[in-house]
Structure formats: C-alpha cells, structure tokens
Design a protein around this ligand. Structure first.
Ligand SMILES: [Zn+2]
Length: 618
C-alpha cells in the first residue's frame, strides 16, 4: 500500500503534459494542450491536457484522469507500476505502508488465481492436439489451425480429474483450493472434479492478454451447450468482452466493431475475414461493455440472431448504449434473417454480402423508435399516448446530445404533438424554447449535469443566466451555490475549514435549487473534508470518481476543464460568494419580519431585530 500523501506529492512533481506528450502529439491551445485522443478514434482533437490541473479529459469519449491513470489506461500498467514509473522519472522512491493482512490475502488470492489460468490454458491447448474428434469438430465448423492458435483454443478431455496432470492430486488442499476459487474444479461434499469435461475450450482474456476465465462448448449434443467460468476476483461477465484483446488491430483497420452473441460467432467471423468481432459472455450487454467498446471504436454494430431471444438481447443493448451515446458515435443493429447467425450468414452468402448487411444495418434512431412504438397502434390516440409513455425512459436515458433532439423532433411528429410538448412530458429542458427565446440557434445546452443532480424537469437549470433573458439575476442563491461547487471541485482545501454557519448557508442555497443539488453539495463538502491538505486537482478527481456520485461530478468537471482559476482567484471568489450568501440570508430574514409587520402579526422585538439585521447588512 502506497501512502496517499506520497501520491499527492508525486503528482505535484510530475508534469502530465510531458507524460502524455511521450505518447500523444500535443499542441498548446489557450491554457491547455490539445491532441488526438489515444482512447478513441478521431480526426479532430478533443483530447485536452491541463498543466495547472494536472489532468487530462477527452470531450469525445469522456476518458479522463491523472498522469497515473494515463499510464494505466494507455500503457496497460497496474496502479502500482504506474506510480513506480512516475516516481523513477522524477527521482523519488516509493515508500510502502504496512499492509493490512486482509489486503495481502486478497491480492495473493487474485495473483494465485491468475497463476493457475495460464498453465490450465496451455494444458487444454496441448490436449487439443491429441484429440482427433475435437479437431474434427473444429474442422467441420470450418476453422483453420491458424485461427485455433490465434484464439488459443483447446480441449478439455472427458476426464473427471484431468487437471491433476498439471496441478497434482486434488487431495492436496492448498492448490485445489485455488483451483476451486478459479472455477476450474468443482467441490461438492468431499468430491472434487473438473468443471470442464469433453468441451472445446475458449480462453477469455483481459485487455492485457492474460487468461482470466474459460468458455467451454460441448462437442455435439448435450447440455449445457455453453459453459463459462463462474464470476471470480479475476473475471466479471458484466465487464468482459470475449475477443476484445484479439480484435483490437482489426477493429482499427475496419473502423468498426461487431458485437455478436457468442464466442463461436467471434471465432467463425474471424475465420471468414471479420476479425473485428467480440461477444458478451452469456449475459446482456451492459453500459460497461459499451464504454469499453467506445474506447476502441466510434462505430459499433450489434449483430443478433433473428429469433425472439435475439430481439430481447438487442433491446438490452439499446438500453445499455443510450447513456453512452455521443454525436460522434454510431451504433447500429444488424438483424439477420431468422434462420441465420453471423457465422452461417457469411458462410452461405459470402463476406461481401455480410459487409453490405453491416453497411445497411438499422441505425440506433430507427431501432429506438421501433422499441418505443412496439405493440402500440399509431392510428389511435391511445396507441400514440402509449408510445409517448414508452418513449420517456428511453429519452431520459440519453445525454443532451444533438441526436436526442433529433429523436424528440421525429417522435413528436409521429405522436402528433410538438417537440416542446414531448420535452415537457419527459421533464427535460426545451432546446427549442431556448433557441426561440434567444432568436437564434445555439448548440444544444448541456443539461446533463442538471439531469444528474435534479429530478428531471423539476426546476430550471442553475446556470443558464447568460442565455435566458428572463432568467434569475446573477446573484440568485442557486447561482452562488453552483459557483461554490465549481470552486470546491478545483480547490478542495477551501471546503475543509467551513464553520457550521457557512455550511448551513451553502446547503440552504443549494436546497433552493433542489434536494438533489443539496445532497451533492453536502457530499462534496464531505469529500473535501476527507482529503489531506496538500491534495491537488487530479488526486481529488480520482477520489470523486470512486464515489456513487461520480457521474454528477464528471459532468460538472467537464465544464470547468477549459476554465482557469488561480488559487488566489479561487480564495477571493469563494469568500466573495460566501459574503453574498450571507447578505441574501439577512435579506430573507428581514423580508420575513417586514411581512409580519405589514400583516399586523409583529412579534415582540421584531422592530429591534430588523434594525440589527439592517446594521449587519450595511
Ligand atoms: Zn477520447
């Protein structure tokens, strides 16, 4: 365990511009540096590195972090390795804290698991060579030796204690315990036996290429047809895509990634010239899957079988994609004829026909409308109302991007209402209204932050003051609260020494916005208080990323990435803002008393209190 204070020190010493600059060509743009994002495919730079914040942020794919996370994400280093490398580059030695026994145990466990997966994969691979019926099976599926080698395919023999050949007898407790944890063998009462028997073995790798789990397919008849490793400290289905490691280069070459239903599809497609395929592992597509796909490519094509299960899977993929959508991303849905999977389709119709089918796949927008209107009749008011009802959660799942505005427009027209009516039904801020008020077309307002901290549509956004003429005056308490949020996000040390009265004023002003805004503010102050004194922007952001409100913080952070606020400026603004909050609070109290007096409900001492408040205000 490396002490937090050392990490803060280290990040204060290294220069992120130099660290990133070793891998990405950066150009100065204002206070920041810009370049092409190394985490997604792009032609114009949306990757920004701030020397003052010591933080990078991609406005395209949302990748962000400190010099440490850059090395982890870009070079595939572990957290500790990244710190070691940075420390070396500035001549520091990494100190170690005493580790708690349970942490050591946990790390040892993951390490032990990863140590048995490699040898197991090698052994399965070897067994394939001596198993004519398995080789025959792969040949019948049209797979070459080259493809089998590339994916590391193997064979688990029809043997209850096969892995004893690699790891020794199962009566030995220490090693078999690890094998049970890794899901390679099953312990039932006193019996221990191999999980995978008489199956073709597909090693599942992490992004570094290490084997973290296996998928096993039965050779012919038999149940279950597909069997995967259980969830382990190494392997989580919701975060893992089969074939992503093997497909990286092909995804870049082809310019898109195909997401299939199973590993057999991935391998078969690679054999037929589509090495850019990946698959989920017997689970529905999750937002985490979509996020890692979008890091690899701007274009995702989901390919599903034509049957009912395929339709259900497609719907889940749509739901997982909506929150991740951006206007430079393209998501399509390829529905093959009912009798086909990708493998059989390419085999029967050829690679060119498949390429064409991919090009003509259904855009996300069309599938969105199909899902929203499914089972409802466009020709009756009831049917249209049901569609409108079904549309709402789908629209709310999307960030405020141009595609959402387009979908709203199109759906509103089909339903027979105005886009403004549909927006207000969904409880989101109207883009159209905004433009009308200004008499000009602007970029769509980024109300993602609002969506993250408030009930949809509950109130007006906080910081629309420059754009809405009839909006709140610049000193409205809600704007002051937003100002505080922005300052604390950049200079958390200012939030460490608030007295109870200041806290009350800040929280009260946030509460005027909404309950959720107040909760976010409360949480941010807590986070500030939990930070050591010398903490910089980057360390603080990484801490916030680990909290349940990470999304709201990320949206807020995106807004301040391109603004520069010096520490002196921040201190001055912070105290100025606190003073204004205090004044507003005094005025509120005075108004309350004045109202009582005007209504003839004055209490003893009201007039005196009023005079005192007035004096304080002056
Ligand atoms: Zn990016």
């Amino acid at each position: 365990m490396i002490p937090q204070s050392f990490i803060a020190d280290l990040l204060n010493r290294v220069d992120i511009v130099e660290v990133v600059g070793r891998h990405v060509t950066l150009k100065k743009a204002g206070a920041n540096y810009q370049g092409l994002c190394p985490f997604h495919n792009e032609k114009s730079p949306s990757f920004s590195v701030s020397p003052t914040k010591q933080f990078y942020h991609c406005f395209g794919c949302g990748a962000h972090g400190s010099a440490i996370s850059f090395l982890m994400e870009h070079s595939g280093l572990t957290y500790v390795d990244a710190i070691e490398e940075l420390a070396r580059s500035v001549g520091l030695t990494v100190p170690r804290e005493e580790r708690r026994p349970q942490d050591i145990a946990k790390q040892k466990q993951a390490l032990a698991l990863s140590e048995v997966m490699g040898p197991a994969a090698d052994w399965y691979k070897q067994q394939l060579k001596g198993a004519p019926k398995a080789i025959d099976y792969l040949k019948r599926r049209g797979l070459s030796g080259e493809i089998a080698k590339r994916f590391g395919l193997g064979y688990a023999p029809d043997d209850w204690q096969g892995l004893e050949a690699v790891f020794g007898t199962y009566s030995e407790d220490s090693i078999t315990h690890v094998l049970v944890e890794a899901g390679l063998i099953i312990q039932s009462d006193a019996k221990r036996y191999d999980r995978f028997r008489d199956r073709i073995m597909f090693p599942i790798r992490n992004p570094k290429g290490q084997v973290i789990a296996f998928g096993g397919r039965i050779l012919d008849a038999g149940e279950p047809k597909y069997l995967n490793s259980p969830e382990t400290p190494l392997f989580s289905k919701g975060n893992t895509l089969y074939g992503l490691f093997e497909a990286r280069q092909a995804i870049r070459d082809k310019g898109y990634v195909i997401v299939c239903e199973g590993y057999m599809d991935v391998v078969a497609l690679a054999q037929l010239g589509f090495a850019n395929g990946v698959a989920t592992l017997g689970t529905a597509c999750t937002p985490n899957h979509v996020r890692s796909l979008m890091r690899q490519s701007d274009r995702i094509v989901f390919s599903f079988d034509g049957d009912a299960a395929g339709q259900r899977a497609a719907k889940r993929a749509l739901e997982a994609s909506l929150p991740m959508m951006a206007d430079d991303k393209e998501v399509k849905f390829l529905f093959l004829p009912e009798e086909h999977d990708p493998d059989s389709f390419v085999r029967e119709k050829g690679a060119e026909a498949f390429e064409q089918a991919v090009a003509q796949a259904m855009p996300l927008s069309s599938f969105f409308i199909r899902v929203a209107s499914e089972g409802h009749d466009w020709n009756t008011p009831e049917g249209r109302a049901q569609t409108q009802h079904a549309t709402k959660p789908l629209i709310l799942a999307m960030p405020a991007i141009a595609l959402r505005a387009q979908l709203i427009r199109e759906l509103a027209q089909k339903i027979g209402i105005t886009p403004i009516e549909l927006e207000s039904f969904c409880g989101i801020k109207s883009v159209v209204q905004n433009q009308a008020a200004q008499g000009k077309v602007t970029t769509s307002p980024n109300d993602g932050y609002m969506a993250a901290v408030t009930q949809p549509g509950a109130k007006k956004p906080w910081n629309k003051k420059p754009t809405i003429p009839q909006g709140p005056p610049p000193t409205a308490p809600t704007d002051l609260a937003e100002q505080i949020l922005r300052i604390l996000l950049q200079y958390p040390q200012l939030g460490r020494s608030l007295d109870p009265e200041q806290k009350r004023l800040i929280l009260a002003s946030a509460k005027k916005r909404s309950e959720k805004a107040m909760e976010l503010m409360d949480d941010l102050i807590l986070q500030c208080e939990a930070m050591p004194a010398n903490v910089g922007f980057a360390v603080f952001q990484e801490q916030l990323d680990k909290t349940p409100r990470a999304k709201a913080y990320a949206i807020l952070r995106e807004r301040i990435m391109s603004t520069e606020l010096t520490e002196e400026g921040a201190v001055e603004d912070f105290h100025g803002t606190l003073k204004k909050l205090e004044q507003l609070d005094l005025k509120d109290q005075m108004t309350e008393i004045a109202t009582r007096i005007a209504n003839g409900q004055a209490q003893d001492g009201d007039k005196e209190l009023y005079r005192q408040l007035m004096a304080k205000l002056k």
